[in-house]
Ligand binder design. Structure first.
Ligand code: GDP
Ligand code: MG
Length: 297
């Protein structure tokens, strides 16, 4: 039996017209190497996006600098097509000196805006390739006591350019109590340092109760604590994605084990279109206004 990730509900988020053309979405993952970025992406989209990558040995890994890679896959579910682009930023935070390690990443985001701006002012405006980054999943290590200086700097360098969704990675390394504490800590620090992460849109008063409830849960849940896995294990007679430990199994899609399902539903089923809107109407508009100001100065 085929598993679905659930973006067939996308047409409900937008006009039917887009259905034939298909949807596109660009997701960036960032954070220190080894925090499970690639694994989570594969778990989210049930596909091996990295199957062609060459395996690096330990030494190469350490020497790896920030290098940006792009993988694109076309997925189709129940007749709905999604062109998904993953922008990976491997090696971030690995260098001894992390000074301005976010620079290549902010440059990348800016370059996509610049390209779009140029195309938009050009003659062939009908067929613009939109490579703007719609969302950045930022991985926070589970082992610290909150945000590190590098996390704060990274998010502050990017928060005016892209929708940041902070995640607590490898949540299976923590007890539920520790997860709760770390979440509270990270939320406080995000506020304290003035970091602007993606804000879930306010519900209209006439929206259904069920929707409001979901929205409240999402807000309370951030930063999402996630677990990724590329292996299928047997749990309660079913084959599921999970991690096998001597003391038991943690299931990626079990809501009492982590927030993976909440994150996936939000990203794919309920908020994909809003993430694109905010990218276009807020982040890109800021960029564009700045450009025009520069030119007319
Ligand atoms: P990346 O460098 O951030 O892309 O990290 P990878 O996805 O390559 O994962 C690095 C290592 O961490 C691999 O051995 C994964 O199996 C492991 N890993 C990935 N996700 C998790 C997780 O949620 N929990 C635990 N315990 N290990 C994980
Ligand atoms: Mg990786």
């Amino acid at each position: 039996d085929k598993q679905y990730v659930g973006f067939a509900t996308l047409p409900n988020q937008v006009h039917r017209k887009s259905v034939k053309k298909g949807f596109d979405f660009t997701l960036m993952v960032a954070g220190e190497s080894g925090l499970g970025k690639s694994t989570l992406v594969n778990s989210l989209f049930l596909t091996d996006l990295y199957k062609d990558r060459k395996l690096l040995n330990a030494e190469e890994r350490i020497n790896q600098t920030v290098e940006i890679t792009k993988h694109t896959v076309d997925i189709e579910e129940k007749g709905v097509k999604l062109k998904l682009t993953i922008v990976d930023t491997p090696g971030f935070g690995d260098a001894v000196n992390n000074n301005e390690c976010w620079k290549p990443i902010t440059d990348y985001v800016d370059q996509q805006f610049e390209q779009y701006f140029r195309d938009e002012s050009g003659l062939n405006r009908k067929n613009i390739l939109d490579n703007r980054v719609h969302c950045c999943l930022y991985f926070i290590p589970p082992f610290g006591h909150g945000l590190r200086p590098v996390d704060v700097e990274f998010m502050k360098a990017l928060h005016e350019k892209v929708n940041i969704i902070p995640l607590i990675s490898k949540a299976d390394c923590l007890t539920p109590n520790e997860v709760k504490k770390l979440k509270g800590r990270v939320r406080d620090e995000i506020e304290h340092f003035g970091i602007k992460v993606y804000q879930f849109p306010e519900c209209d008063s006439d929206e259904e109760e069920e929707f409001k409830q979901m929205d409240k849960e999402l807000k309370e849940c951030t930063p999402f604590a996630v677990i990724g896995s590329n292996t299928v294990v047997e749990a309660r007679g079913q084959r599921v994605r999970g991690r096998l430990y001597p003391w038991g199994i943690v299931e990626v899609e079990n809501q009492s084990h982590c927030d993976f399902v909440k994150l996936r539903n939000m990203l794919i089923r309920s908020h994909m279109h809003d993430l694109k809107d905010v990218t276009c109407d807020v982040h890109y508009e800021n960029y564009r206004a700045n450009c025009i100001q520069e030119m007319t100065r």
